[in-house]
Write a protein of this length. Structure first.
Length: 506
């Protein structure tokens, strides 16, 4: 059986033969004037018209004085019909291939074809090709439709093959693009301004997460890759802007899971003179708008098995109380309990108890166990203030924060709250978080004194919101790694590659 090296060696031989004939196997210029998908969609209009298309060769069939080549671009595929007397002869000076040298072409190569749009005797829309130009010589064959490409490890490492072979994966990342375009469109149409903020920060804040650390030579100082967009965007609110957002990557030095990646895309917006209840209304509109534009539906069957319905515009999503749910499920009053009691509840429910756990982390673990059973869409409310150091507290019960989390399919897909703008209160909460961090909690927030100073200059009442692409993964029905084109993987070089490049130290 032929190996990858055998196929590659044969293609290298053809490459050398092409060069020997005077071909440039990798020209820069193409004259394409028509997308392939437009040909089938506008056949009556284009029938008999001259077009120039370009794309990747999917298959070649040659029968004496005629040949058929299937070519695909991002919009679709079409058949090229080549016959002696119509197709030009070989002309290396302009990279034109004739029937006599068609054997130098392989599936996976890129070509340009010019000719008339016709239907063959069998009724297939085709291009009666006059000129066939070589654009790119591929040295490795793509898997055929019969072979498939389903090995998970291979798919993650060679996504460029995955998207060529598996159409559902190809379309997924187009939907991911629409997801973020739609998010931006909604916010801009609601008066928000997109203002980009730094990825490198002196202090990592805005979330409970362990940051990545890097070093800037110019300043001879360590910086953190941001774990959140929050604090810089709130500085903009303090700077006089009233509606701001940013879309971009954030980095959390944690393990992989079906819901988490160390690097992922996220969006956060901040809205001056609004509170968490205003944020709830906007969130419902935003999520429904995204679903309509990205998937053209509001009913979803998720990978978790949950089935959700985002409902009509006039219907508000229900609310569930964090404090009451913990009390009903575990018999624990989160404001009047001990670390030992909460750890006992963790053990009774088969949840890991760690040596450095504090009561905040343990209560959060209990909640995360419960939320897997909640289908949603539901807004989680009554989150204890000690779990959210950046949120205002409720007037009727200062022990509770003015925060809501959107629950979908057993997980939280967004978090929002009325932002704390009391500088003295914020400093006290930062001190509490720093004490937790000093005690060994690497995910507790760092004390950001510059942020406190900004609050002392004054920040108006503000609502803040954030969602990551986890919202996309959940509605798309895929895991985190399947939801991004190129997830980080441990660097590995397979033995086949090492044999192909023996003179390189891999």
């Amino acid at each position: 059986m032929a190996t990858l090296k055998d196929y590659r060696d044969e293609r290298l031989r053809k490459l050398e033969e092409l060069k020997g004939l005077g071909f440039n196997p990798y020209p820069a210029k193409t004259y394409r004037d028509t997308k392939i998908g437009d040909i089938a969609g506008s056949f009556d209009k284009l029938h008999g018209q001259d077009v120039i298309v370009a794309g990747r060769v999917l298959g070649i069939r040659k029968f004496g004085k005629i040949a058929f080549i299937v070519v695909k671009d991002a919009s679709g595929s079409v058949q090229l019909f080549l016959k002696e007397g119509t197709i030009s002869g070989t002309e290396p000076s302009n990279n034109t291939l004739g029937l006599s040298n068609l054997n130098l072409l392989d599936s996976g190569d890129f070509v340009e074809a010019s000719g008339k749009v016709i239907k063959t005797q069998t009724g297939e829309v085709s291009i009666e090709t006059v000129n066939l130009r070589l654009l790119t010589k591929a040295l490795r064959p793509l898997p055929s439709a019969q072979e498939g490409f389903s090995n998970k490890e291979e798919r993650l490492r060679r996504r460029y093959v995955d998207t060529n072979v598996n159409e559902d994966v190809y379309k997924r990342y187009l939907r991911r693009s629409i997801f973020w375009q739609t998010t931006r469109e909604f916010l801009l149409s609601n008066g928000f301004s997109e203002i980009n903020i730094p990825v490198l920060e002196n202090v990592a804040g805005g979330a409970d997460a362990n940051p990545f650390v890097t070093h800037m030579d110019a300043l001879d100082q360590d910086f953190y890759l941001r774990i959140s967009h929050e604090l810089p965007l709130k500085r903009l609110i303090g700077g006089g802007y009233e509606k701001v957002f940013d879309i971009g990557p954030r980095f959390r030095n944690e393990n992989y899971s079906d819901e988490h990646l160390p690097e992922h895309m996220a969006m956060e917006w901040y809205w001056a003179y609004a509170d968490w209840r205003d944020g709830m209304k906007l969130t419902q509109r935003l999520v429904r708008f995204i679903a309509d534009k990205t998937w053209s539906k509001r009913q979803f069957k998720l990978a978790s098995g949950h089935e959700i319905d985002l409902g009509p515009d006039e219907e508000d999503w229900p609310e569930v109380s964090f404090v009451r749910t913990i009390q009903e499920k575990y018999g624990i009053d989160v404001f009047n309990t001990s670390l030992e009691a909460v750890q006992d509840a963790l053990r009774q429910n088969d949840i890991e108890v760690e040596k450095i756990d504090n009561i905040n982390r343990c209560i959060d673990k209990l909640w995360k166990k419960i939320r897997t059973e909640i289908t949603g869409p539901v807004f989680l409310v009554d989150v204890p203030a000690f779990l959210q150091p950046l949120a205002k507290t409720q007037e009727k019960d200062p022990r509770l924060s003015e925060q809501f989390n959107l629950l979908l399919g057993g997980t939280e897909v967004c978090k929002a709250y009325s932002e704390l703008n009391d500088p003295l209160d914020q400093l006290d909460r930062f001190k509490q978080q720093q004490a937790m961090r000093d005690a060994g909690d690497d995910e507790a927030m760092m004390l950001d004194i510059d942020f406190v100073e900004m609050l002392e200059y004054g920040m108006p009442p503000t609502c803040g919101y954030g969602h990551s692409e986890r919202l996309f993964w959940i509605l798309e029905g895929v895991t985190a790694r399947e939801g991004v084109p190129f997830p980080q993987l441990r660097r590995e070089v397979d033995e086949v590659t090492k044999k192909i490049y023996p003179d390189i130290n891999l």
